[in-house]
Ligand binder design. Structure first.
Ligand SMILES: C[S@@+](CC[C@H](N)C(=O)[O-])C[C@H]1O[C@@H](n2cnc3c(N)ncnc32)[C@H](O)[C@@H]1O
Length: 272
């Protein structure tokens, strides 16, 4: 499959590897995403626009949560990713997908939604505020805008480890070099305020792991950044190989502790 222009602005690799990383991310962080949605008033029967839906791993949970009377419309800029999502939902009603680049394409939906949900999308956008404005047009009056994004400054490990520190810096750097904002979580509430959302709420979590899938997510993330890091000249192939090997070794030590970036959940209500 040829690479779309949009993919060049995205830090992670798409395709099967990218989608399998997002499956892991979903297993790690859907429970807290779900709790935040519930706390903000999302409930069964609602309609949801899921922006930057990837291959649909969160879509599955959203649809189960919203039930047979609720629906999810997902969009993502990457064609191959949307193909993967469509295959997963070929026999599910109430779910549909579109290929759409929020920053490049005209946005047009034939309905307004109860909820607009963006999970780990805004940090990849050059101008998240304009995108929030575009999306809020498709929110019903009184509807909920909910986003989950990152703040890369929240990354830490124990004990100090060069490979972990370097990987953490590269994660932030590649997001920024590709035109996004690795600290987006810090100013997310102010963007909602500027868009005149009401009842703005924020919750911050820092997932920290001693073992298991969460700990292995750190080297997995590096694998999905390999292509971008090499393309941007942030590392040479040999340096990448060494870094990944050192990082895996650190993450395989039973006593080492690693965190993911801070996840920032934020919600606001569109005025009626
Ligand atoms: C980190 S993934 C998150 C996927 C999913 N929301 C989740 O939480 O698992 C970000 C997704 O946003 C998509 N994306 C990035 N920039 C986009 C844009 N300008 N328009 C639409 N989708 C975009 C990427 O293709 C990718 O699938």
């Amino acid at each position: 499959m040829t690479e779309t222009l949009g993919s060049l602005h995205y830090a992670f690799v798409h395709g099967v590897l990218g989608a399998s990383r997002l499956e892991v991310l979903t297993r790690l962080s859907w429970p807290s995403s779900y709790n935040f949605l519930v706390s903000q008033g999302v409930r069964e029967g609602m309609s949801c626009l899921e922006a930057g839906c990837g291959a649909g791993s969160i879509t599955r949970h959203l649809k189960d949560f919203l039930g047979s009377d609720g629906g999810v419309t997902g969009f993502d800029m990457d064609e191959e990713t949307i193909e993967l999502a469509r295959k997963k939902f070929s026999d599910t009603s109430g779910v549909s997908f579109q290929v759409l680049d929020l920053e490049e394409d005209g946005v047009s939906f034939d309905q307004q939604f109860d909820v607009v949900y963006c999970r780990h999308l805004l940090e990849h956008l050059a101008d998240p505020e304009t995108s929030i404005r575009k999306l809020s047009r498709y929110l019903k009056p009184g509807g909920l805008f909910i986003a989950q994004t990152i703040d890369c400054e929240g990354q830490y490990c124990w004990p100090d480890n060069d490979a972990y520190q370097k990987s953490a810096e590269l994660l932030a750097r590649i997001i920024d070099v590709r035109g996004g904002h690795s600290d987006c979580g810090q100013w997310l509430p102010s963007m909602l305020r500027k868009q005149k959302f009401l009842h703005i709420n924020i919750e911050v979590e820092n997932l920290v792991y001693l073992e298991g899938e969460g700990k292995q997510f750190v080297p997995l993330t590096m694998e999905t950044l390999r292509k971008g890091l090499l393309e941007e000249g942030l590392l040479e192939k040999d340096e990448f190989r060494q870094l990944l090997s050192d990082l895996r070794q650190f993450c395989n030590q039973p006593d080492s502790v690693v965190s993911l970036p801070r996840f920032v959940h934020c919600a606001g209500r569109k005025p009626c």
